[in-house]
Design a protein around this ligand. Sequence first.
Ligand code: SAH
Length: 566
Amino acid sequence: MSQSTPAIVILGQGSLATARRIQQVYPAAQIHGLAGRVDGADCSYQEFGATLRTLYQQDTPIIALCAAGIVIRTLAPLLLEKGAEPAVLAVAEDGSAVVPLLGGLGGVNVMARDIAAALQVAPAITTSGELRFGTCLLNPPSGYALADLESGKRFVSDLLAGHSVRIEGAAPWLDQAQLPQDPQAQRSIHVGSAEREASANELLIYPRSVAVAVSAEVANLPNAVRTALQQANVAVPALACLVAADTDMASANVHQAALELGVPLRFVAAQSDLQALARVAVPEANVIGIENVAVAIAEQPLDVSRIGRPRGRLAVIGLGPGAAELMVPAVKAELARATDVLGYETYVRMAGPFRDDQVQHCTDNREEMQRARHAFRLAAEGRSVIVVSSGDPGVFAMAAAVLEALHESDDPAWHRVDLEILPGVSASLATAAQAGAPLGHDFCVMSLSDNLKPWSIIEKRLDLAAEADLALAFYNPISRARPWQLGRALEIVAQHRRPETPVVLGRDIGRPGQTLRTTTLGALTPEQVDMRTMVLIGSSTTCTFARAGGGEWVYTPRWYGEKPVS
Ligand code: SAH
């Protein structure tokens, strides 16, 4: 069953009201509106087909407010591929019809019923098993796993053909279903965690009611777990999660095992042994030590989110210059999974919108070390934390501050956090791309801010970089507190470069009101530059030519010295 948050996709303003009503069923879902057509959506897209296909391939359930035919034609090329099959529904713009199209096993009919209930219409359910029994036997709720899909399909068609059924074991969700139940029936639905060979007339459903406590020291963990389950007479699909001591939190062995077994991994405080650990993690379970792991068997499916806690995560992300299209997909995915978002207010706002359950911690731009330490404290509690930078987090931004905070810390819990730095398009690159290719050959990136480094070193680097004939990209070129530094920097560069040297000024690139200017070193004055500007200064080979439609292209050739014959 698909657990992920659906995307609501609309093509016109007329659908927004219906989309908002559907959003009440899925508060975490974002409304994607066609750029230029929809005002006030949560995010916008340029191209309907590409957007829908990307969502589908990312296994995101899709609720499209448009004709079913459009959705079918758009997704048709992907349908023959094996792989993701998320729920896909078409909903009439005015909310009068809800049509589940794809993803029967992704719970599409459940979604159709929920959405239709919110819109007060009848869902267009066409699946015979569902219609007859009011539930999809092949798609048990989370907490249960179907043993085998193919024999399940056969089982359902038998019931549709008129056979009756009896239920063995606890299956509370089936109580509401209209199954042809008969205590004497030949066919049975068997719900239980014990390993068992399904007989011809049996549908096997395993409750995920078992946890296994493991330790990083055990070699070949997945096998050890499988062997222990077998000895405990527990079927592998009944495994709900692995648990380990928090001291094993960073162990690749443990994470790899959970990944291979396809179950979540939870952590509790280290105990005297693994059986004690399993008892702390799942107090209601019956715990048995088998070889080098401990198996905890409960009566009911386990609510994994209540067992210990997950490994905390800290991602330092780069938003890119500002435009959503220039944000890398890994960053978008990270934003969706975050529980806490930290950063300078402007950037946190730029990274949004966020759901109600995501906590925003906005701080002043200068409190970098405090922010980094705050992020580790939250992540060490098991939360999924994001520290936001604009552009790339490793370019005059938060990644180095976060690593500095970790380097200084001797708290083992901080060092066990799952730390990842996700790159972004830096302002110099975004600006260069709009101008052409001014950084097309060797170049040097500098921050002109002398907040954290002496001005003398900036002068020295400028002098040497200019002498080396590198193209130059200046970040933090000027600010109210640093009014004269840019003028001095330009003087140094002018000692090595001709006044005609092309200069590109990009201001608020990728953001509303962006401006891009091309000028020359001789004509450049500090008044043309502010702290939201990127300054690119060409090398001796950087050149310009007219661009059709106005303005000019700026580029630095790939070669140096003699132009090669091509
Ligand atoms: N990590 C950021 C840089 C932070 S330093 C990045 O990789 O882009 C801040 C400086 O970056 C600003 O003073 C400005 O010079 C430049 N800058 C950041 N975003 C910009 C944008 N959208 N347009 C132009 N310059 C930008």
